[in-house]
Ligand binder design. Sequence first.
Ligand SMILES: [Zn+2]
Length: 458
Amino acid sequence: MSLRPRFLTLVLMFALASGIFHAQAARVTVIEGVTLIDGTARGPMQDAVIVIDGARITQVGARKAITSPQNATIIDGKGRFVIPGLADMHHHLLSGSTFPRPNRQTHLRRMLAVGVTTIFNPSLNLKDFAMLKAAAGEDASPFPRFFSTGPMISIKGDLMAALEGGASPETPTDARAVVRDLKAAGVDAIKVMRDDMSWGTKQKLPVMKEDVLKALVMEAHQQGLKVFVHAPMSKYAKESLRAGVDGLMHGVIDEPVDQEFIDLMKRNGASYVSTMTLFNDMADFVGWAHRQAPNWDKAGFQPPRLYDDLTSARSTQQFASIWTNAASVKEHLPVQRANLKRVFDAGVPIVLGTDTGFEGILIGVSTHIELELLVDAGLAPQDALLAATVNAARMVGREKEFGTIERGKQADLVILEADPLADIRNVSRIYRTFKGGVAYEPVDVAKTVPRPQLLPVK
Ligand SMILES: [Zn+2]
């Protein structure tokens, strides 16, 4: 009687101990023989080894310099390439089509299938904000890292901002109160609208008063929050930079940027979020749908009928009725492309962002196409990758945590079947995405969530 319980206890203890041991052992992964593109200024390293223990990278480097742990899961990296996990820093977690309002949590998870391990959403209602923060909070949660400004601060009559619960303060005092409320809600940064929209529509909208903008930026900085501005026009971008903003959520499209612009960007240490997909989509809505089509299969979760819906007369007419100056956007595409290159050449950090979720910019595929557009604009593939990795981490002040493949960093990385430096389109040839040390197979991530509801056939 006295021995048996003791024996059982011992068995139980052993089982528990070995269970724990196995749980830990299962979390050690070694990627062997891979070509490492680590997201630093270093060039690629062949036959590299990466050791992942739990959520972090514990060793990385040339094979001979690594002591491989026992009982690790081995991934054969021969002939494969590894890059840091990608970031899309202007992403609304909407599908980009007129499908019924989606579940943003589903969309966030799906981004792992296309190698995206970090998302920044610059206009989001506080209910969804809290839901996504809770879901993506743990390093090992099956979601990309999630950053957001919550609702953006705009002016009265801005329906897109209002849709997500955005405030429209009219005095400096109101602006400060709005920022404090957002801080209390736990937002990662502040987003503000400064645009008369004349680059995309024929009807000019009013813009926020300058003293309101200044108060808002000052309060945000006092609260330890960066401020990112929607200002695709040079004049408003410069006004915002003079007020102290920390980044532009779109490239500048209306005219060539000048030296004053560059100087202000550098003074503020500001990030330049590209959103070239947005401008291309607006310039030629149907043409853009065609451009995205070849990437849909690779992303693995775009229903083919979404394409039909997007290019239907109903959809294109609706788009044209809102964006009444598409001709001007098309005419100015070369300007925004040249601006991106000029800003890059001046040493300002370019950050990848797509504005995914905006009508016609499809989730998943557009992040990869944005990389292509950065290369089209004159960036080397290596620099386009920096825009989607370490520069993105820096934008939210988290470069010590992720954005490069280095010892001690979060194990957020993508294993590719082909060399992205030889052809940036190879970024879509994903073998595995790792986020917080957990491996995801693209097909699984795409499949394990329900497909969006299809609209009735026209
Ligand atoms: Zn946006």
